[in-house]
Design a protein around this ligand. Structure first.
Ligand code: PMV
Length: 333
């Protein structure tokens, strides 16, 4: 089986040219059609394609500087080089440095509120990849950078772009046809609302959750076909600006993914009682003709999908909701 370093090595010069400093920003993203299941664990290749919306100004900025020794800080706090986070970051950096002695001071800053219940690994690996590309003057094409970011965290390949992004599963052994691509669309009215139920770190992370589901859930067998249908439907709904079709399909897709998790053994139930209360509230709003839908990832928090006209009504219904207008945020950047 191909390793990450074997794949990446093909794109690197024998000797890297290090600059003195570089920085880059990448947005976080929320999947509307979910990535759930890996066909290749080493390269983070998915069993199905997925589609996401990037969160504009909510994301990660990474700064890299040449230094005397490796160091890492997160939101201005120095981290131990032995911490789990630092080991993950430097393992990724080493795929590029290889045996060259190029110590780096890396600082990473999230504009994703730490208590938002949003994973920062997608924007984190995307920003790190972009900063490394600049620092080492690699000038790699975006598709290649996206495929490399994927090896840090699957969903990171979708954070290389703003707006709606499609990640094709791909079929090649080295995974270089599995990257995120921007969908051309500027949907100013489109809103995401983060409903925070519990923002503590989850007990079973997404990689472990995917493995367990793949190995033990009979329902998972139906997932790749459904995901591929949903991907096509959501893509079409985006092109047609058909909000209801997009919302319905995204909500059904998320619930179907959770059905595969619940039918794994031991079962994976990320929901809490308050998650279900929030789902019921969304369904009641729809019964009252308010077009609002939700999606959920491997955690208890809901992400609401609605159009700007509904914003004040939604704010009244959900205390502490955090609202993002991904396209409006881009306009005033
Ligand atoms: O990129 P990862 O390994 O954190 O996995 C993300 C999995 C989901 O958030 C559940 C779905 C998705 O497509 O983002």
């Amino acid at each position: 089986m191909l390793t990450k370093s074997a794949v990446i090595n093909n794109y690197l010069p024998a000797k890297l040219k290090a600059g003195s400093s570089a920085s880059a920003y990448a947005p976080s993203n929320i999947a509307l059609c979910k990535y759930w299941g890996k066909r290749n664990l080493e390269l983070n290749l998915p069993t199905n394609g997925s589609l996401s919306i990037s969160l504009g100004k909510l994301g990660t900025t990474t700064y890299i500087k040449a230094a005397d020794c490796d160091s890492l800080s997160l939101n201005q706090q120095a981290l131990d080089n032995d911490s789990k986070f630092a080991r993950k970051v430097f393992a990724f950096v080493n795929l590029f440095r290889r045996e060259q002695d190029l110590p780096l001071a890396i600082s990473t800053e999230n504009t994703i509120p730490t208590a938002a219940g949003l994973a920062s690994s997608a924007s984190g690996f995307a920003a790190l990849m972009l900063a490394l590309d600049k620092f080492f003057a690699l000038n790699l094409p975006t598709n290649v950078l996206s495929a490399f970011a994927r090896m840090g965290s699957g969903s990171a390949c979708r954070s290389l772009h703003h707006g709606f992004v499609k990640w094709q599963a791909g079929s090649s052994d080295d995974g270089m046809d599995s990257f995120g691509e921007k969908i051309d669309c500027n949907w100013q009215q489109f809103c995401i609302g983060l409903v925070k139920i519990d923002t503590r770190q989850k007990k079973v992370n997404s990689t472990q959750g995917m493995l367990r589901t793949l190995e033990t859930s009979q329902l998972y067998r139906a997932w790749p076909q459904q995901a591929s249908r949903d991907l096509a439907t959501i893509h079409q709904a985006i092109l047609e600006r058909d909000f209801e079709k997009l919302g319905q399909t995204a909500e059904h897709n998320a619930m179907s993914m959770h059905a595969t998790m619940i039918s794994a053994y031991p079962p994976l139930l990320y929901w809490q009682a308050k998650s279900i209360d929030a789902m019921e509230k969304v369904w009641q709003l729809r019964a009252d003709n308010i077009p609002v839908y939700f999606t959920m990832d491997a955690g208890p928090n809901l992400k609401l999908l609605f159009c700007h006209q509904q914003q004040s009504l939604i704010e009244k219904q959900f205390a502490n909701i955090e609202i993002i207008r991904p396209f409006a945020a881009l306009a005033d950047k």
